[in-house]
Design a binder for this molecule. Structure first.
Ligand SMILES: *Cc1c(COP(=O)(O)O)cnc(C)c1O
Length: 711
């Protein structure tokens, strides 16, 4: 039985049911202050917390003036947010402030307590929604409720990744069912594989932005159709195709059933491309010609592509399309071949239906996610505009950004308060706001950083201890889990998906040279790794195994650790608690990268190959860069430069201290990292660009002339 909530704190359950608590610092303090141990052990899930917290703790909190003061501040903000008053968007475009913008994405990474995401794409979509809420952009998200989540990661003694299902209790998430018309539990029906599948929707509130999550687990559905949407990126292409079909077609139909009439539509990645074909079908069913319907859908649509890696672009065989979608073309007034032609890839394979090609053909506004990725994407898709030079291909870019209030630690925010003035949250994009961070007091910033680092290492050790008990680990595994990490040692973080192009193993290329760095008696270095390999990515799993084996190699003296089960919770701790962030993607395969931005906001400089966002961000003051922009690099050469920069620049800068033990030059770099990321690489800047250059022109039909592909 959950304890009764005291009247003085009566709104806590309401606050917990809207994810905006997670990016509000007073709310984070309130939950933590009531019972810090419990808050930690429920991994910051406020609903689980309220389910388990004791009446004594709650009553004590209700009498504690420090906590109630935070509570009152939290409630002021909560009410203000609910009122929707005076936002950036409503001031810029009052006439559009109530016109919904539909945002489709196969995954949303909003908080670790809602495990419906796998990685970068989802977290980016989550940050997009949060910034849209802050700015009053009238976004409505459409996604999928994966009841079995993404997988939990355990590494066995051989270093092989074991993928286990996540089981989570929906009642302990802020997701609630949406009733269908007349009390039926579903809102829409989509036909696939010869059967009607009923779709229900769940609602998740992200500040002012609702996200509707689709689900087919209903008694009304055939048993084989009930688990169609239960797992993220699992199963073979046939299942994947059906998930994408249900997301796109079902998503549009659910919006219609809810009476939501979007004036602009955004397909975030190709998984959502059937949202576009469905809208063509609607117009044709309403009496319009196919050509007019296509033009109409194009004019209101934005498509964002997120990777140049071929495996990131789904394609399906014509038979699969026929089974999944047939005979939808009849309702669109076209033949099956015409339908397949929408997804025709002009170069790679004339037989397949390509989701990215589909989305490009049906969206007037198309973009990549960094300046470099814009160049790479135009190059990749010139064939759709035959005879054009790549630079004339009408694909733009909006560089990704991260949601500052989600990713910046409270302790760092307090330092920023002192330098930028208390209301800096409202002046994020004014030029010059961030310059003031350069005058922040070194000792204060260093102390805040040291505390975050200690707290990270304490949590890693605690997890290792727990794992030792739960799984009877052997000694080398405990070392590999990080028990020997030392808070005084320069700590490098490397956490991301274990795709081979990210090259997590590059730093082990010359084990002797690395060993010298790690085990130096005066200026040692330690590295913390985390990340999952996609369940079907066997080369990725091999790299993970290699890295894992290095963590137990005695020659490295316990200075390399691998922390299991990388998720948003662990990502927070890592980007806030390490000294330097490392990223070594093979150029030009990293479209943007975002974890380095999260680190930079916390004063953690990045060391990376020049790709994605780093090409725009690195000016030598805020981190280190290897290689040349846009030039495919050689592994051996990059590794060699990596060691040299670590030996000659990173390590000396970190260990050069003044008489008070403060690394002055390192702190200058920390502040530059904060200044540049705070000014240019936030989700607020990103969403403002989407609103101004993509959404509003979609609503008004303005902007440059439509320039559809002809190939
Ligand atoms: C930010 C984030 C990512 C993406 O990081 P990249 O640098 O783009 O690889 C992946 N997973 C989680 C949990 C994240 O928070």
């Amino acid at each position: 039985m959950p304890a009764l909530i005291p009247d003085r704190l009566a709104a806590l359950p309401d606050v917990a049911r809207n994810l905006s608590w997670s990016w509000h610092r007073e709310a984070r303090v309130v939950f933590r202050s009531i019972d810090e141990r419990l808050w930690q052990s429920v991994r910051h899930n406020p609903l689980k917390f309220l389910d388990q917290v004791s009446a004594e703790r709650l009553n004590a909190a209700a009498r504690d003036p420090r906590i109630t003061a935070y509570y009152d501040k939290m409630m002021d903000w909560f009410r203000h947010e609910q009122s929707g008053a005076g936002t950036w968007f409503s001031q810029q475009w009052p006439e559009h402030a109530k016109k919904p913008i539909a945002y489709f994405c196969a995954e949303f990474g909003l908080h670790s307590s809602v495990p419906i995401y796998s990685g970068g794409l989802g977290v980016l979509a989550g940050d997009h929604c949060k910034a849209a809420s802050d700015l009053g952009v009238p976004l409505v998200g459409i996604g999928i409720l994966y009841r079995a989540g993404y997988f939990d990661q355990r590494i066995n003694v051989e270093g092989r990744q074991q993928d286990t299902d996540v089981r989570y209790d929906i009642s302990l998430t802020p997701i609630s069912p949406v009733a269908g018309p007349g009390g039926v539990p579903y809102l829409a029906t989509v036909s696939t594989f010869g059967r009607d599948v009923r779709i229900r929707a769940w609602r998740l509130d992200v500040g002012r932005v609702p996200i509707y999550l689709l689900d087919t687990d209903l008694e009304e559905n055939h048993v084989d159709d009930r688990p169609l949407l239960s797992k993220l990126y699992a199963g073979g292409p046939a299942l994947r195709l059906r998930q994408e079909w249900l997301l796109g077609v079902g998503g549009v139909r659910v919006l219609r059933a809810l009476g939501i009439e979007p004036q602009a539509w955004h397909a975030n990645e190709g998984h959502a491309a059937f949202m576009l074909t469905e809208r063509v079908r609607e117009y044709v069913a309403g009496g319009m010609s196919y050509a007019d319907a296509t033009a109409k859908v194009r004019s209101a649509s934005t498509f964002t592509t997120h990777t140049p890696v071929p495996a990131g672009h789904d394609q399906f065989g014509p038979d699969q399309i026929e089974q999944c979608a047939g005979p939808i073309w009849d309702e669109m007034g076209i033949s099956k071949d015409d339908f397949l032609a929408i997804g025709h890839h002009p170069v790679i394979d004339h037989q397949t239906f390509h989701m990215t090609a589909t989305a490009i053909r049906l969206s007037r506004r198309v973009n990549g996610v960094s300046r470099r990725h814009g160049v790479v994407t135009r190059d990749l898709w010139t064939a759709l505009w035959p005879g054009r030079p790549a630079e004339k291909v009408p694909i733009g870019h909006v560089t990704n950004g991260v949601h500052l209030a989600t990713w910046m630690a409270n302790a760092i925010m307090q330092v920023v308060d002192r330098s930028l003035g208390a209301d800096w949250g409202n002046r994020l994009d004014e030029p010059g706001t961030w310059d003031k961070i350069m005058a922040a007091d070194d000792a204060t910033l260093w102390f805040a950083h040291r505390q975050l680092k200690e707290s990270l290492l304490n949590i890693i050790r605690e997890e290792a201890r727990r794992s030792f008990v739960a799984h009877s680990l052997e000694a080398p595994q405990i070392v590999g889990a990080g028990v020997m990490l030392d808070p005084h040692v320069l700590t490098i973080g490397f956490a991301r998906r274990f795709a081979t192009y990210k090259r997590a193993n590059l730093i082990f290329r010359d084990a002797e040279r690395l060993k010298k760095l790690l085990t130096d008696s005066k200026c040692p270095v330690q590295i913390v790794f985390a990340g999952k390999a996609h369940p079907a990515d066997h080369p990725g799993k091999d790299v993970l195994q290699q890295v894992y084996q290095f963590t137990r190699d005695t020659q490295f003296e316990g200075r390399v650790a691998f922390v299991e089960d990388y998720d948003m919770h662990l990502a927070h701790l890592l980007v806030q608690g390490v000294d330097m962030w490392m990223n070594l993607p093979k150029v030009p395969l990293e479209a943007s990268g975002t974890s380095g931005m999260k680190a930079a906001l916390n004063g953690v400089p990045q060391f990376s190959t020049i790709d994605g966002w780093w090409e725009e961000a690195c000016d030598g003051s805020n981190g280190w860069a290897i290689g040349e922009a846009g030039v495919v690099d050689d592994d051996a050469e990059t590794a060699d430069r990596l060691y040299t920069i670590l030996e000659k620049e990173v390590v000396p800068r970190f260990y050069t201290r003044d008489e008070k033990g403060i690394p002055r030059d390192w702190l200058t770099m920390m502040k530059q990292a904060m200044r540049i990321s705070g000014q240019f690489f936030t989700a607020h800047r990103m969403v403002e660009e989407y609103a101004r250059d993509y959404y509003v022109p979609s609503m008004t039909g303005t902007g440059s002339a439509d320039d559809p592909p002809t190939g």
